[in-house]
Design a protein around this ligand. Structure first.
Ligand code: HEM
Length: 131
């Protein structure tokens, strides 16, 4: 099960903390870093809790924050292909450093592309409606 392969809650929270640390310390991820609030503790908590449920573990996001639709919560942001790719690259580099099995690392990145692309499409649809 994916939740196990990611090291359960501890592994997923470690992944998300490393992801945000990397985003904040690398110029290449500046655009998406600046979209987040200055205090990103809640963003970290939300992403980690979401991923626990998304990977087949306990639905920790829903327990604390309620229902969520990933494209919907990003619809107001300015996310086009470069921003989607900043997010995916930052995640890929972070995942590469985690103590996960090699096969799980590539599987996880393939799976994450799906919601990341759904976010980009949702933002594009919102912009078309406005313009
Ligand atoms: C496509 C590139 C993405 C970018 C640039 C991005 C950026 C952001 C930003 C800036 C926020 C904070 C918004 C705010 O506080 O106002 C956020 C929230 C969040 N993101 Fe993303 N995100 C991306 C993709 C994803 C993906 C693929 C997932 C899940 C697999 C995800 C999960 C979340 C969650 C759970 C939240 C918290 C939503 C809430 O409760 O308000 N994001 N994202």
């Amino acid at each position: 099960m994916s939740f196990q392969a990611a090291g359960r809650e501890a592994g997923i929270f470690a992944l998300v903390n490393a992801f945000f640390d990397r985003m904040g310390s690398d110029e290449r991820f500046q655009t998406i870093w600046q979209m987040h609030p200055d205090d990103n503790a809640v963003s970290r908590d939300k992403l980690a809790r979401f991923l626990c449920g998304w990977l087949g573990g306990p639905k920790l996001y829903n327990e604390k924050y309620g229902a969520i639709g990933i494209p919907r919560v990003h619809a107001h942001l300015d996310i086009e292909t470069p921003e989607r790719d900043q997010w995916l690259t930052c995640m890929a580099e972070t995942i590469a450093e985690q103590p996960f099995a090699a096969e799980f690392k590539s599987y996880l990145m393939q799976q994450l592309f799906v919601p990341a692309e759904a976010v980009r499409r949702r933002v594009a649809a919102r912009k078309e409606t406005v313009e």
